[in-house]
Design a binder for this molecule. Structure first.
Ligand code: MG
Length: 363
């Protein structure tokens, strides 16, 4: 089942399934609001009309679909925090969650951990970096890990100073150099908050401490992340920047797809380079580390505030540089604890309200 089937990840997942029709069967689809494309997908993949629905009209269908008896794997590719109920419902039902919706894991960390431990479900990450780590971890045990190294392309603004970034446009921010992704995540990757959110995601998924997670800029986006083990061996996962690989693995793991969506051409791949992220030009990275270390509702606040700030930028209400400033301002107002889904919802609601207040007062 695919939640968010008309988005970037959803359509690529259907592409994977289209070429592996005897391995996977689609039994339900949900979209945000694109009824027309959803209808075409449903008829192509033989999904009953009552099982192809727009969550924009009724968000409860996400949970309902996640609990269907004939569903083995739920691909959660909903954009943003709205994916949380489906994440919880899938794990509670003891199913595999192919997780592309990182916000639900980040905001709801303590809640998701609880239902994952008690419900018998498992999370297989779709995010390319975490899929890479998941693959690298096959080389050793979690207790042998000395650190996880997440790679970052650096986004469209790599190499630019903070002053230089004051006037960047929406079009520039949407122009990612190596990955083709949806608008929210593309903007997140231009501020580097995406990498910060992925640091929190790695902490939640693999149970490693924040001190053991490092970020390195790797502009070619060929190494998708690495794991260094205690004997000094570093295992890296390399492939073309194509989301269909991690999607296919999340659907079929531990088995791999029998087909590559583009393999590496070593003759034309002249160099792989690495550099430190510029933490002054892209303060969102350290902001995310701080929120992750603070725990409780801080990651939910970070993620919720960021969603609203990104939307404000995409609607031309604020300059790019203010996205991170606003998130920092909202985090500074303080955060609390989380033990139930309601606490996560409340933290998210408060964060959004605070951003709106900042927007009204300062812009
Ligand atoms: Mg990623």
């Amino acid at each position: 089942m695919i939640l968010g089937s008309t988005g970037s990840i959803g359509t690529q997942a259907l592409d994977v399934i289209r070429s592996h029709r005897d391995e996977f069967q689609v039994v339900a689809l949900s979209a945000g609001s694109n009824q027309e494309l959803l209808g075409r997908q449903a008829s192509e993949f033989g999904v009953a009309p009552e099982r192809a629905r727009c969550a924009g009209e009724d968000p409860r269908i996400l949970e309902e679909f996640a609990s269907l008896d004939d569903v083995d794997v739920v691909l959660n590719a909903v954009v943003g925090f709205a994916g949380l109920p489906a994440t919880v419902a899938t794990l509670r039902a003891g199913k595999r969650l192919a997780l592309a919706n990182k916000e639900s894991l980040i905001a709801g960390g303590p809640v998701v951990a609880k239902v994952r431990d008690s419900g018998g479900g498992e999370i297989v990450p779709v995010d390319s970096e975490h899929s890479a780590v998941y693959q690298c971890l096959r080389s050793g045990t979690t207790s042998e890990v000395s650190k996880i190294v997440l790679t970052a392309s650096g986004g469209p603004f790599r190499g630019r100073s903070r002053e230089d970034l004051a006037g960047v446009t929406i079009t520039e921010a949407l122009n990612h150099p190596t990955w083709s992704m949806g608008p929210k995540i593309t903007i997140d990757s231009s501020t580097l908050i995406n990498k910060g959110l992925e640091v929190i995601e790695a902490h939640e998924l693999f149970g490693v401490s924040y001190d053991q997670i490092e970020v390195v800029v790797h502009p070619q986006s060929i190494i998708h992340s690495m794991v260094e083990f205690q004997d000094g061996a570093t295992i890296a996962q390399l492939s073309m920047p194509d989301m269909r690989l991690p999607i296919g693995l999340a659907l079929g793991a531990p088995e791999r797809l029998d087909q590559a969506f583009g393999s590496l051409d070593w003759a034309s791949l002249s160099e792989l380079t690495f550099m430190e992220p510029d933490r002054d030009a892209f303060p969102a990275l350290d902001l995310a580390y701080a929120a992750g270390r603070a725990g409780g509702s801080a990651p939910a606040t970070l993620s919720g505030a960021n969603e609203v700030a990104v939307e404000a930028f995409l609607n031309a209400r604020i300059p790019w540089i203010s996205i991170t400033d606003i998130v920092a301002e909202v985090l500074n107002l303080g955060t609390g604890n989380i033990s139930e889904v309601e606490d996560v919802l409340e933290a998210d609601r408060v964060a959004r309200e605070r951003v709106e207040r900042v927007l009204q007062n300062s812009f």
